[in-house]
Design a protein around this ligand. Structure first.
Ligand code: HEM
Ligand code: NAG
Ligand code: NAG
Length: 318
């Protein structure tokens, strides 16, 4: 008798503590409230990527730049207003981050079937996974239940997002500050196997004739990025398979053909060399680690429970 009453009350207590102390994200969060949410998001994301392959890269980066700034809370999606300073206009994002319209379109499609239920932060997390799949990358189960911020954090964007001039130590400490290991950081940097970079982000590296760059590679890259004038001209981060999320990025690093300085520092005699060479030899290890690092990144400081809000529009606070 006593033990029969004891078991359910312990379960209730456990349920109570798990919902109040550590509100957890869960893959089934919308199962009853919006069962078609994920299919609806996927349709929009697939269509946009089939129109423009680069969009896959842009969406993965957008999720990263959301999560690194006060957690994955959709704060990057807010437009500037007279009373809100946007993250969109910060160092790493201005004239660079893109895909906002695609996320707004996916959100709007979800609003049509379940108004006020699915957060923009979750739409972005699902979009990043769908983007990976669309360019040959791995899939993973997206944890859900993030809520949207009511503010943007431009100062944190400027201080916390990594820079292409960062040293390995700086990068390690930036990712460590978000709970991500060196291995997570190297796996996530494999995102630079797709997408493009503007000339000004790699000019310093290709023109300084250092020993850390393949001379032939520097020569090729200089043709697409002149010493002056080409600042915003785009070049693929991975010349070999620019639209395929694969381990070629790591093979490039072994040959000193990383495009950004922040790419090559991952293989330049430091503590991450062995991770890079491991991924260059073993594509399936890279893909598995990439998937789990994306899940980990998606777990950074989410707003849950009754914190924040479910925005109606991703670009504006309700
Ligand atoms: C390790 C530190 C990192 C630095 C310093 C860095 C820096 C950059 C820079 C400078 C660009 C080019 C932007 C432009 O020229 O407009 C870029 C592009 C990109 N980054 Fe990173 N990044 C880092 C890590 C990551 C991570 C962790 C991810 C994803 C999980 C990521 C995903 C991407 C993608 C996909 C692109 C191409 C975007 C597009 O074509 O629209 N990066 N990154
Ligand atoms: C939620 O829905 C997904 C997709 O239909 C299904 O795979 C999963 O088992 C469901 N989870 C729960 C807890 O009902
Ligand atoms: C790199 O080499 C080129 C060609 O030899 C030269 O014109 C240029 O001034 C050098 N740049 C630097 C920063 O040393």
């Amino acid at each position: 008798m006593a033990s029969r009453a004891f078991v359910p009350s312990v379960l209730l207590l456990l349920a109570f503590f798990s919902s109040t102390c550590t509100a957890q994200l869960s893959p089934s969060f919308y199962n009853t409230t919006c069962p078609n949410a994920l299919n609806t998001i996927r349709t929009t994301i697939r269509n946009s990527i089939s129109t423009e392959r680069r969009m896959a890269a842009s969406l993965i980066r957008l999720h990263f730049h959301d999560c690194f700034v006060k957690g994955c809370d959709g704060s990057i999606l807010l437009n500037e207003t007279p009373t809100l300073k946007s993250e969109k206009n910060t160092l790493a994002n201005k004239d660079s981050a893109r895909g906002y319209d695609v996320i707004e379109a996916a959100k709007s499609a979800v609003e049509k079937i379940c108004p006020g239920v699915v957060s923009c932060a979750d739409v972005l997390a699902v979009a990043a996974r769908d983007a990976s799949v669309a360019v040959g990358g791995p899939t993973w189960t997206v944890k859900l239940g993030r809520r949207d911020s009511t503010a943007a954090y431009p100062d944190i964007a400027n201080s916390d997002l990594p820079r292409f001039t960062d040293s390995l130590n700086t990068l390690v400490s930036r990712f460590g500050g978000k709970g991500l290991s060196e291995r997570d950081m190297v796996a996530l940097s494999g995102s630079h196997s797709i997408g493009q970079a503007q000339c000004f982000t790699f000019r310093g590296r290709i023109y300084n004739n250092g020993s850390d760059i393949d001379a032939g590679f520097a020569g090729t890259r200089k043709r697409g990025c002149l010493a002056t004038g080409d600042d915003s001209k785009l070049a693929p981060l991975d010349l070999v398979t620019p639209n395929q999320l694969d381990n070629n990025y790591f093979k490039n690093l072994l040959q000193k053909k990383g495009l950004l300085q922040s790419d090559q520092v991952l293989f330049s005699g430091g503590s991450t060399d062995s991770i890079v060479s491991g991924y260059s030899r073993n594509p399936s290890t890279f893909l598995a680690d990439f998937a789990s690092a994306m899940v980990k990144m998606g777990d950074i400081e989410p707003l849950t429970g009754s914190a924040g809000q479910i925005r109606k529009l991703c670009s504006a606070v309700n």
